[in-house]
Design a protein around this ligand. Structure first.
Ligand code: GDP
Ligand code: MG
Length: 289
């Protein structure tokens, strides 16, 4: 039996969430073309008779500009310390410089596999070969694997290699729960994902989602969630002309939640104004950051 912790690192948009989803075979972490949608340390557990792998997808590496960001950075640090294996993921389309700098600065103690992702989007094979050769010389990784997380190519081989390095041990979690994060959390993340898709610029970064009610009924799941913003004007934008935007948001989120839960969902959304929630410790705790 093998068991251990595997943590995924990489610049925002490198494909961490997509890789996690590919490895898990289910939509556990959210994926968005906008950066910084993963604020939490998401743990997903891949179970089998022969192994248990506990994955975490860390937030992007960012400046601690707000208290909220500091919390995210703490999550990154926490996961650096308890990993058995690190997965350093780099976008194969980009030059190696920036990722190289970040991976060097991480000073990982655990052995790490470097993953060159998005190989499907690179036409010139020399680009991949050169990047692979470059990373193979670096002290922070033990091997380099080329994949496309989106098309799930190379991901089975990656799993084999993860298992190769994973220590022998007993499972850390019992039962076949796929995740130790409550369903409520994922529901909140799916709503947040839609906020990122529907609204412009800064607004998504100034809002939070708090799932207030989650009730399993016979025919459906009833969910109520608050969208927390900082200003009345932001509330107006979230609601839209005659409530048209929040209606759209509700529909899109409900469809995704229904797919995730595989159940019919009744979703209620409320918009609440809480000035300065980003700087307030109690609020941050309340919202789970
Ligand atoms: P994260 O910020 O590192 O978690 O990155 P995401 O997983 O959210 O992915 C960022 C974007 O890159 C999304 O639009 C993904 O669809 C895209 N992406 C991820 N993996 C691949 C891949 O293997 N090939 C291509 N072409 N796009 C990918
Ligand atoms: Mg992500």
């Amino acid at each position: 039996m093998k068991a251990g912790f595997v943590n995924i690192f990489g610049k925002p948009n490198a494909g961490k969430s997509t890789l996690l989803n590919a490895l898990m075979g289910e939509k556990m972490a959210i994926v968005s073309h906008k950066v910084q949608t993963t604020r939490h340390r998401i743990k997903a557990i891949l179970n089998n008779d022969n192994y248990q792998i506990i994955f975490s997808d860390t937030p992007g590496i960012i400046e601690p500009k707000y208290k909220l960001h500091e919390k995210m950075m703490q999550a990154v640090k926490g996961s650096l310390e308890d990993a058995d294996i690190g997965l350093l993921i780099a976008d194969a389309r980009e030059s190696v410089n920036e990722s190289h700098e970040i991976f060097t600065a991480l000073k990982l103690k655990a052995p790490a596999i470097l993953i060159l992702n998005k190989s499907d989007a690179v036409r010139d094979e020399n680009t991949i070969r050169d990047a692979k050769e470059f990373y193979e010389k670096q002290p922070y990784c033990i091997e380099v694997i080329v994949i496309s997380a989106l098309h799930k190519t190379g991901t089975d081989y990656l799993l084999e290699r993860i298992l190769h390095y994973l220590p022998e041990g007993h499972p850390f979690y019992e039962g076949d729960d796929l995740s130790d994060m409550p369903t409520k959390f994922f529901v909140g993340e799916l709503i947040r994902e839609k906020i990122f898709q529907l609204y412009q610029e800064e607004l998504p970064y100034h809002s939070a989602v708090l799932v207030q009610e989650y009730k399993e009924k016979i025919t459906l799941v009833k969910i109520s969630a608050d969208i927390i913003v900082q200003r009345e004007t932001q509330k107006g934008i979230i609601l839209g002309e005659g409530g048209n935007m929040i209606k759209k948001l509700g529909t899109l989120a409900r469809q995704d939640i229904e797919q995730f839960l595989d159940r019919k969902v009744f979703l209620e959304l409320f918009v609440k104004v809480r000035p300065r929630w980003r700087d307030n410790e109690t609020h941050l705790k309340e919202y789970g950051y």
